[in-house]
Design a protein around this ligand. Sequence first.
Ligand SMILES: Cc1ncc(COP(=O)(O)O)c(C=O)c1O
Length: 468
Amino acid sequence: MSLSDHPKAYGTAAITVAFVAGVVFTLGLKDLYPDLERRFQQRRGARGVQRRSTATTIDPARRRSSLFWGPVELQDHDSSRDVAVPAGAMIPRDEGISDGIEGCIGRTPLIRIHSLSEATGRTILAKAEFLNGAGNSPKDRVALSMIETAEEQGLLRPGRGDTIYEGTVGSTGISIAALARARGYRAHICMPDDQSLEKSDLLHHLGATVERVPVQPIASPDHFVNLARRRAAEHTSRATPSNPSVGFFADQFESPANYAAHQRTTGPEIYHQTRGDLAAFVAGAGTGGTLSGVARYLKHDAALPHVRIVLADPPGSGLYNKIRHGVMYASTEKEGTRRRQQVDTIVEGVGINRVTANLEAGRDLIDTAVRVSDAQACAMARWLVEHDGIFCGSSSAVNCVAAVVAALSLPRGSQVVTVLCDSGNRHLSKFWKKVAEMGLEKEKEEGEEGGGGDKEDLFTLLGIERPR
Ligand SMILES: Cc1ncc(COP(=O)(O)O)c(C=O)c1O
């Protein structure tokens, strides 16, 4: 009997074909599924808490249909695990699209500095704050926090012609200038004239009014901070019904919105990125906001009281003695001995000779201080370029020297976190000129110590005791 003659045989054949097609389709979909899930998880992960590190990657070879290239490999798609991201892929900060320039602030990477970790036997991690996307320093977080707080308090109103005034050595001004434009304000920056020209040039290009003023003691009405406060008051006093714009003095040294930004964002990010596994946090203090805010988060909010908070201090700053001995004093302040102004160092952005409200907010949480010389900072900056391809500014170099010193006082294997504040680009005319003048950029010849693959000794370079 032929098949066509038998209606039952038709039915059986149709069911068989449907069954086989079903099996083929299911196996094909099962093989595709990990890829679909990976993409879904990536989007979800970008929205939520950062989960960057040890992601499971999907071998493209395994994506092809198992039906023809071997058995299906079972994969673990437990959503509590890290998001599956191909190695080296950048995770977007927020769903791939940032909400204005403000959306590019925070959630910076934590970089393992290989050369310093290998030399010390401790893991040295650096928060890449130069990757903040408005003004390229940690001051982006602070500027945004101060502006938002002022807006909430009704002190600033977009589009009214309001101007933000600030006294700054540069970084905060740059962040304020960028954000001011983004939010409908103008910026007026007062800064000491001993700071690198790159910073005031940049401020001009960002549309800010810049006053570079001679260095004065803080008691002087013409100190750059006092001048900014006065300029803001003068602006407000000129307000008329037809031009009701006001001047707002941001006041990064005394404003609680400064350390609060680090307590709210930088500290939690470090906690998540290290999963709470860190033995020390090391940073310099310009206003003290970073050190206090991160210390408050780690020691209080995250309940990690054992984390050592270490101040990195350049020459001429009184903070080292304040933390170590309870007295604010720098020998370079001695009558007749002062060579340069501000704090007596080539380093910009850190070191201060008064206790600001922002330092005070976390002062009792600071465990110790490390003094870093200009020569050490220059040597470290060059070392980081040569060994890790990191081109940083002077305060970042100070932080890394202090991180090495702090790490050596901790057991092997400890994790130490510090901050890369800004890029070397902002320090070409002063700090990096000095690095070149010191002969640190001379290429080593083959066979010379430190040349031809012979690893230069970090400890000799920095003049610090070799770890045992
Ligand atoms: C480049 C740079 N690094 C570090 C700091 C110090 O940060 P903080 O003011 O939070 O102590 C500053 C402060 O202005 C800075 O400009």
